[in-house]
Write a protein that binds this ligand. Structure first.
Ligand SMILES: [Zn+2]
Ligand SMILES: [Zn+2]
Length: 352
């Protein structure tokens, strides 16, 4: 075992503070990553506050969150072939899966029917708790690591590993491209990546935001159109307009109102996670053979495809760098949507 330093919530709802723990010695297919940056995802807040207990078997404390991990390979096991010392690599939301079920064999490890092993707040195959990226190092199997873009800043690419792939996967699955009209509901950490990626894929992109406050930003990020959902005219003007709507908001909004904005055979994909169930009217769907779907991050193969796509198109996240000592303040600001658009922890601050 090797000693690691990080930040953890020692118990549910406790503020995060310094924490020392151990990680396994690298096995033959493992790489050891010197973590340089870690993005701050809204789900880090939900999990350290134990707000998902309804959906999870257990929450494991002390909890070291973080699943948007970017760093440099520091050591490799003796059978590693994909990476060498010095490579820029990343780790996203999971670090292993069963590898044999039909989902795993299709590269859909995030939907593994046996067990996706989450990067933190999970248990590895030996039953040991997993610890995330708010730390100095992580040990991971080479098959569950990603190659980061060479030509883009590593800090701005860290959030691609959750926010980026969460939007890229449904955009690709529902054939986003030239001639397609795509709406993104909500312009936060997820939504801003949706705008950039849908634009880079060649679609016509519309942001549906509560107000017009972020309109200039939305256009700068690549949106063709920007509408306020507080204005009832938005819903009449855009009736039956979109091929695809990606809903990134976790607030309670009336999905039926948004479904009316889909043309025949259109789909609304849910990627935000409201705490309470939202009622769905049958007529919202039957009227134009519309669908509601959900999507959760992406598999390793698709995440690599997304990173390569971002490298090619110069797409990264808009970030604000914070030292680890400010993480509790950063959480409060995330809850107030007071960040444009993702916090990224500079892990060099751990040593201070
Ligand atoms: Zn996340
Ligand atoms: Zn599996």
């Amino acid at each position: 075992m090797s000693k690691c330093k990080g930040y953890a919530a020692l118990e549910a709802r406790a503020p995060l503070g310094p924490y020392s723990f151990e990680r396994r010695e690298p096995r033959e297919h493992d790489i050891v990553i010197d973590i340089k940056y870690c993005g701050v995802c809204h789900s880090d807040i939900h999990q350290t506050r134990d707000e998902w207990s309804k959906y999870q078997e257990e929450s494991i404390f002390p909890m070291v969150p973080g699943h948007e991990i970017a760093g440099i390979v520091e050591a490799v096991g003796n059978k590693v072939t994909k990476y060498k010392v010095g490579d820029k690599v990343g780790v996203g939301c999971f670090v292993d899966s069963c590898r044999t079920c039909s989902e795993c064999r299709q590269g859909l490890e995030q939907y593994c029917t046996v067990a996706t092993i989450w990067t933190y707040n999970g248990r590895d195959k030996e039953g040991q708790p997993t610890y995330g990226g708010y730390s100095d190092k992580i040990v991971v199997d080479e098959n569950y690591a990603l190659r980061m873009p060479e030509n883009l800043p590593l800090d701005a690419c860290a959030p691609l590993l959750c926010a980026g792939i969460t939007l890229y996967s449904p955009l690709k699955h529902w054939n986003t491209g030239p001639g397609k009209k795509v709406a993104i509901i909500g312009l936060g950490g997820l939504g801003h990546m949706g705008v950039k990626l849908a634009h880079a894929l060649g679609a016509e992109v519309t942001v549906l935001s509560q107000s017009l406050k972020k309109q200039a930003d939305g256009k700068r990020l690549g949106a063709d159109h920007f509408y306020a959902t507080s204005d009832p005219e938005t819903f009449t003007n855009l009736a039956s307009y979109f091929d695809l709507i990606v809903n990134t908001v976790s607030a309670q909004i009336d999905w039926n109102e948004y479904l009316k904005l889909l043309k025949t055979d259109g789909t609304m994909v849910i990627v935000g996670l409201p705490e309470k169930d939202i009622p769905l009217g049958a007529f919202s769907l039957t009227a134009r053979r519309r669908s509601v779907a959900g999507s959760q991050i992406g598999g390793i193969r698709e995440t690599q495809e997304m990173l390569d796509f971002c490298a090619k198109h110069g797409v990264a996240c808009d970030i604000e760098i914070v030292p680890i000592q400010k993480i509790n303040e950063a959480y409060e600001r995330v809850l107030k949507s007071d960040v444009r658009y993702r916090f990224v922890i500079d892990m060099a601050s751990l040593g201070k």
